[in-house]
Structures are given as structure tokens and as C-alpha cells.
Ligand binder design. Sequence first.
Ligand SMILES: Cc1cc2nc3c(=O)[nH]c(=O)nc-3n(C[C@H](O)[C@H](O)[C@H](O)COP(=O)(O)OP(=O)(O)OC[C@H]3O[C@@H](n4cnc5c(N)ncnc54)[C@H](O)[C@@H]3O)c2cc1C
Length: 440
Amino acid sequence: MVSSSSADHVVIIGGGATSALIAVRLAERGFRVTVLEKAQLGNGSSSRSAAGIRAQFSTEETVVGMQYSQWWYSHFHDLLCSPIDVRQQPVLRQNGYLFLYEAPAAIPAWQPRRQHEVAQLWQQAQIAVTMQQRLGLPVEVLTPQSVQQRWPFLNSERVIGATWCPSDGFLLPHMIYGEGFRRAKELGVHVQTQTEVVGAVLQANRIQALLTNRGAIEADWFINATNIWAARLSPRIGGMALPVSPRKRYLYFLKPSQLVMDATMWQQMPMTIYGVGSHRGAHSRPEHDLLLLAWAHETEPEPLFSDADQDRIDPPFRHDNGIDNYGCAILEQVEQFSPLLANAGGLVATSSGFYGTTPDANPLLGLDTYQQNLVHAVGFSGHGLMHAPITALLIEAILTGNVEHGHVCLPPPFDSTPINLSTFAPGRSFENSHRETLVL
Ligand SMILES: Cc1cc2nc3c(=O)[nH]c(=O)nc-3n(C[C@H](O)[C@H](O)[C@H](O)COP(=O)(O)OP(=O)(O)OC[C@H]3O[C@@H](n4cnc5c(N)ncnc54)[C@H](O)[C@@H]3O)c2cc1C
């Protein structure tokens, strides 16, 4: 059993959303906290995110964790004691997440494997909904008719059904780490930017001090919150090899050239997922008067990426690269379900960043297998903003020893299903681990 004194000094490596919320939580518990960021705050994926938040997952621990995260973000300003001018802008918009599933009959007969795949995915989705409802999520299974009625801009002809959860939505990423670090500083956290961790002094399976470009820093605990840099950093400071693969992801922005629906309906559009499975998964949500579109296309990991590569737009992904680009491939998917949205206007911008993915698409949260005072909070596989509040809670539980038989009990009303930490253990075997199937 791990236990520490709340007077302990904790160093958090990384200056993104995960670090910000861990810093606040630990400072509130009386820990002395220092944050080290090699560039500026928000240098990583936290400033490049689609910022969706949902509890529709297939992993029970994640469903419970995201219910807690949604609650936390809906009380964000109170919990962070935000100044009045910031409070006017909520960090969370609960427009809901709508997963559209295709009917096998909508797939051409010459694609029998695909027909089988979509039938299976729809079956799995309904099983997941039963589990999510048991855990208290207000998720519903909708018929194609109901989809058409509720969202007239969708064409439900090729849809067999949908899952809909109104408490899902999207976040304001810069506000999470901006307000998070503001509050952390207010609580006495020392935030040091332009400070890169390059090594460590080790003794008897513990990190004694981190070595940085600005000198050494001693502490009792060290938290790796470096996301896509995690696999690079961990061995440098004596930690275990981490299976976190940086994979490039793009966001596209469509500007409507005409009014396709009234402004209120536009602003209330849910995050909509246009089919699930092979060559599907394009999704969209409103971003002011633009439509933000994304798709987790097949891609190879880029372990040798540079910071600048985060914003590198490869030619096939340039929105202004004629029709031979991935933006058009996304729009083709959207068109199958909403010709109105797909043809509403043109793509006007592309942005990009990296997901830090793990083999089972679940995060790596917990103690290192070599260094007893090193804790990892990485590998969110494209879900790190939504995970940040529950991550902060779990890291606090690990540091304070508030773990019973490997489980962490959340505060009411989330206390009926304790979170089994082994699901997220950094040293778990991926052959037997539960693979998250609802990945975007
Ligand atoms: C295109 C895209 C879409 C996404 N969509 C979603 C979504 O819809 N919902 C969602 O929840 N998540 C989404 N994500 C993922 C989410 O943005 C990330 O999981 C999350 O921002 C990770 O936050 P973090 O604080 O852990 O890491 P980061 O924000 O990446 O911060 C890590 C920090 O560590 C610093 N660092 C690295 N090495 C060192 C070192 N040696 N010394 C000191 N500092 C170091 C880096 O400079 C960086 O600032 C998306 C990501 C992308 C790219």
C-alpha cells in the first residue's frame, strides 16, 4: 500500500490539461506541487483537440469515470473559484453524442463482410447501452424514425438505429488548462515553463531528483503527464517502457455558404458520428458558425515526431488540395447520412495534433514498475481532456493511499461502482486487457 504525507513535494512533468487538474487537486490536499513544462503551457495536444466529452464507452470504469468528469466540468467554475468575467463562459456544452449505426441492407451485397461487421457493431452497441444504463447513464437507443424526427438535417435511410446520450458534449480546451493553472498558482503551485526534464538521479528504485535544462529538482513524488512524449521520457528518468504511440490526427472546418438551418438548431447540434466500423467514424459538431469535422483514419505511429510536427499538415490532408484529400473522404461519409451538412459549404481550414494511443485504447494510470515514486498519467488515446478530472482524482487516491483492494471509490453519487485500477495499470498485459471498442 502506497501512502504519503500531504506535506510531500510532488513534481508534475508536462503543462497540459492533465497536469493542470492534477496540480489543483494535489494542492487542495496540501501537497507542495511543482509543474515543469518544457515549452509553454498548452504546448501539446491540449491546445489541438476536438474536445469532445462522452460517457458512451464500452469499458465500465470509463463510463463511471466520464460520469464523474461530466459532473466535474459542469461545476468547473465553482470548483476552480473562477473570476466573475470567466464564469460567463461555460467550459462544457452538453449538446449530446449521437452515434449513427448503418443497416446491413444499406451495404452493397458484394461487401458481405462489411454487412456482417455493421450487424455485429449494432448488436455490440445495444449491449453497451444496457451496461451504460445499469451504471446510470441517461443513454437511449433510437429508431431511424426517431433520429429523423429529432434531427431533421439527418437522413436516416441507411440507419438501423442510433445511441444518444444528452449529457455528453464538448469542452473549451484552453479554458481547462488556462483556468486550471490559474487556480493551481493561486493555491501555491509553482509552474515553471521552458524547463525540460532530460534525466534523473536514481537511488534504490526511487527517483531522487529530476535533471532539467535549468538544474536539478528533488521531490518525493514524480508524475509523468507528458502524453505523446511519455514513451520518450519514461526511460530517460529510469521508468518503464510505455506503449504510447503518437498518431497524427486532423480536424477540418467547414464554413456554410448558406443558411442550412436556424441558428439555434445549428448551435445545438450534437457531436454526430456518421457510422461506426471500417472506413467510418467521421464525426462533426458545431464550432461557432463553422462545422468541426474529424476522423480517426488508419495511420502509422510517429515515435520520432518533433514539436513542430504537431502542426504539420501532410499534402493529402490539406483541405485546399482539390478533391483528392481526406477532408473530402470525411465529407463523403457525412453525405451518406446528411447531404444537407456535407454540401452546406466548403472546407476552410485544417488543424492537427497527435493522439497518444495505447494497444487497448485505455489510459496508463498508476505506479511505474521500476521507480516506486514515479506515477504515470498518460495514454489517453484521444480522450485526455474528458479524462482529466477523473485522472486527477485517481492520481490523488494513489498518492494518498486511498485505494482499497486495488479499487478507488468515488464520492457520491458515483460511489456505487468503485474503479478497478488494474484496468489502467501501466504494466498490464495487453493480451488479456479489455479493449475499448468505442474509439474515435
Ligand atoms: C486532433 C485531436 C483531437 C482530439 N479530440 C479529443 C476529444 O474529442 N476529446 C478528448 O477528451 N481528447 C481529445 N484529444 C486528446 C486530448 O487533446 C489529449 O489526450 C489531452 O489534451 C492530453 O492532455 P495532457 O495534458 O495529458 O497532454 P498534453 O496537452 O499533450 O501536454 C503534455 C505536455 O508535456 C510537455 N512535455 C513533454 N516532454 C516534456 C519534458 N521532457 N519536460 C517537460 N515537459 C514536457 C509538452 O510540452 C506538453 O505541453 C484530441 C487530440 C487531438 C490531437
